[in-house]
Design a protein around this ligand. Structure first.
Ligand code: HDE
Length: 715
């Protein structure tokens, strides 16, 4: 990315670190800049070192002898290195994070007393970590998986964590099943295969044996589990929480984050290829967008059900395998979350950040959602093995408000607490609990009476209706993608009992889908489904429902393919037009070296240095491809198999393609599509998402800019 864009990003960072951002200020106290020229290497005990490259040894210029154990600096360096790794997260190990802010445009004081959701003058600092679930820390970004969407709000009243996902429901209803669902999805125990994939026997065996997973695996087989970017996916709190207002009234609540850029996905073939071509694709995409000042934004919404109305629904509102359809419970958008600063260091920030569903602030509470109740135990517990007992003292996890209590000691304690007592009550009345008026957390006085039992209530037993609701609500291309996803996954299962039973399960939701899957993967095709269909649809389930109000190509990566002899008017024009529209144009050519325009003298001309060559970056890395005319350039591209493949592959991935002049015929030949219309004049023709103009005109640039909004948005 151009350095001017990078420096523009740095200015924005300064802004983000303004006095209002308390978390940035607090972190600054713990931050050292490696580029400060006054630094000299010291040992960890602070002594400046004169030689940090040679272990102290018995040696002359002619002969090397034994190394000495007394060299404490060298031993310390190796010792520190040996212990650099900490256990990776047992799930969600692979992730990327960023800092930002949360602002409120409408107070929710009618339903909650939480300052973060009522005070519209506040700017609450946040850290958001995105992740995949199944893969190890070094696995690829673009695998088919749920994405984590974990937000830490550093509020004035303490930390509030929404540890959410990009899919609104979950596989299981009771936390006790979590180790099973994760064991079944992770690599199989005998050979640790496959990595970061749900396409294997154990995963699908578990899915069949647990009908409660049906709704969720319909979501994971949809395009939602192969997002184009972290910036283009929704976030959901998933579990049911509660909001309590000043009058002590309680609402059940679900949290939503809806991306400004709309919800977009890869096609599966793209995702598969990128996993090999650029395993860091999502991480880089997030980093680059923030560095360039294109800050990702999400609208924050709440769905509320007042206490007393919780039994008004066919489903149990505490069941995390169910959505609350928007037709029944509208979403009220009240705030905005923006990411505007990349971490300074991955390990101490993105890796050491630790979330816990139990982190709530006054005005927000739990519900009896049995998945949430279990999570409240698990997150606290897992941080202990990952980071140690004093994990909340780490700079990234520390609240911006004061922390004081009688907890003490433990490995790596940082806080030094003065005074003679460490218990409550004490004879000095030192550090008493707070009153409600002082901002203390008051538990909601929920009435609970019942029989102790290991039972799931009746409404928790229905598992198919919302899976059908989701499937019915998808567009035809989304349904086709889902069929292909099931077919891919079950093709990777070699135990017939696994794939045959699964197609029977799919038939309970949609018989035609099940028949198509069975035809692809084998086994007895289902003949009938004994479950009566409701045929209902709901809004907000298809990702097409989230198209941005104004179509935009901002931050989209657009490849411009050229070789020597390209048409400079078309090339410069499209580049300027794309940049003006906020897109990111990249020049791709057969070599990463100077490329000369038609008529440019190679010995005196400046040329254009390509950003990448055709072998280094493939069409999969870009949202759209543009090929300017120029007889020699196009002739060279025609003879280059990789260039022809580039264009064909981009077309196959349903990307918008643009061409002018001689390149129009090149695209026509490369894509080889009968019936496709092409421009033979200055007029712009858009056929099958290929935008062409054989003569360059201002109009063709305008259309070309439009093109990148792309056919993909509609498939
Ligand atoms: Fe998690 N989950 N989870 N989970 N989860 C963890 O906590 C767990 C669930 C989610 O970026 C772990 O710090 C249980 C639902 C995210 O650091 C662990 C259950 C949702 C992240 C854990 C669930 C999530 C985690 C592992 C079933 C969506 C990454 C490391 C009751 C709402 C957070 C860690 C990050 C991480 C337990 C189910 C989201 C072991 C027991 C549902 C985004 O504590």
């Amino acid at each position: 990315m151009a350095s001017s864009i990078l420096s523009q990003g740095k200015e924005k960072i300064q802004e983000a670190m303004s006095a209002k951002n308390q978390k940035a200020a607090a972190l600054a106290a713990n931050t050292k800049d490696v580029h400060d020229p006054s630094w000299r290497i010291t040992s960890d005990w602070g002594v400046k070192q004169t030689n940090t490259d040679d272990w102290l040894k018995v040696a002359t210029e002619d002969k090397t002898g034994p190394m000495l154990l007394e060299d404490g600096f060298s031993r310390e360096k190796i010792h520190r290195f040996d212990h650099e790794r900490i256990p990776e997260r047992v799930v969600h190990a692979r992730g990327a994070g960023a800092f930002g802010k949360f602002t409120l445009f409408e107070s929710a004081a009618d339903v909650t007393s939480a300052g973060v959701l009522t005070d519209t003058s506040r700017e609450t600092p946040v850290f958001l970590r995105f992740s995949t679930v199944l893969g190890s820390r070094g696995s690829a970004d673009t695998v088919r998986d749920v994405r984590g969407f974990a937000v830490k709000f550093y509020t004035e009243e303490g930390n509030w964590d929404i540890v959410g996902n990009n899919i609104p429901v979950f596989f299981i209803q009771d936390a006790l099943k979590f180790p099973d669902v994760i064991h079944a999805g992770k690599p199989e125990p005998h050979n640790e295969i496959p990595q970061a994939q749900s396409a294997h026997n154990n995963f699908w065996d578990f899915q069949y044996l647990h009908p409660e997973t049906t709704h969720m695996h319909f979501w994971t087989m949809s395009d939602r589990s192969i997002p184009r970017s972290y910036r283009m996916m929704q976030g959901f709190g998933v579990n049911t929480f509660t909001l309590i207002n000043d009058k002590g009234e309680r609402n059940f609540v679900k949290f939503h984050f809806t991306p400004e850029l709309g919800v977009h996905s890869f096609v599966w073939d793209e995702a598969l290829k990128i996993a090999g071509q650029d395993p860091d694709f999502h991480r880089k995409d997030l980093w680059a967008a923030i560095e360039s000042g294109a800050y990702p934004k999400w609208k924050f919404g709440i769905q509320c059900i007042p206490e007393g109305k919780e039994d008004d629904f066919e489903f149990d509102i505490l069941d995390a395998t169910k959505v609350w359809p928007e037709e029944l419970v509208p979403i009220r958008y009240i705030g905005e979350l923006e990411l505007n600063r990349n971490p300074d260091e991955y390990f101490t920030q993105t890796e050491q950040v630790a979330f816990a569903t139990g982190h709530l602030v006054p005005g927000i509470g739990f519900s009896d959602d049995p998945l949430l109740q279990g999570r409240n135990f698990s997150y606290q517990d897992t941080q202990l093995s990952r980071l140690g007992i004093n994990w909340e003292e780490l700079p990234i996890n520390k609240p911006v408000c004061p922390v004081m209590n009688h907890n003490r000691d433990g490995a790596m304690r940082h806080t030094i607490t003065k005074g003679t007592v460490n218990y409550w009550p004490n004879r000095f009345q030192s550090v008493p609990p707070a009153t409600k008026e002082e901002g203390g957390y008051v538990d909601y006085p929920e009435k609970v009476a019942g029989i102790k039992t290991r039972l799931r209530s009746k409404k928790f037993q229905e598992h198919k209706n919302q899976a059908e609701l989701f499937y019915n609500s998808l567009s035809e291309p989304e349904k086709t993608h889902m069929m292909n996803a099931f077919a891919f996954e079950l093709d990777h299962c070699d135990d017939p009992i696994v794939y045959e039973r699964m197609t029977q399960r799919i038939a309970e939701i949609d018989l035609d889908l099940a028949k198509s899957v069975a035809e692809m993967v084998g086994g007895e095709p289902p003949k009938e489904s004994d479950r009566p269909k409701h045929n209902k649809k709901a809004k907000g389930l298809s990702q097409l429902d989230f198209a941005p109000s104004k179509p935009t190509i901002a931050t989209r990566m657009i490849a411009i393919l050229i070789a020597d002899g390209y048409d400079p008017i078309a090339y410069n024009g499209i580049k300027a037009a794309l940049t003006a529209a906020g897109a990111l144009p990249f020049t791709i050519s057969p070599r990463r070296n100077k490329i000369f325009a038609a008529g440019e003298d190679k010995s005196t001309g400046k040329g254009v240095v390509a950003d990448h060559h055709l072998e280094g970056m493939r069409s999969t890395m870009f949202d759209s491809v543009f090929v300017p005319g120029g007889a020699d350039s196009v002739a060279t591209l025609r003879k280059n198999g990789r260039a022809v493949h580039w264009v064909r592959e981009a077309f196959g991935h349903l990307k918008a393609i643009g061409a002018t002049g001689e390149a129009v015929q090149f695209i026509k030949d490369a894509c080889d599509l009968p019936g496709m219309e092409f421009s033979t004049s200055g007029d712009v023709v858009d056929s099958y998402g290929v935008v062409t103009a054989s003569q360059v005109s201002p109009q063709s640039f305008k259309e070309a800019v439009q093109m990148a909004k792309g056919a993909k948005d509609f498939v």
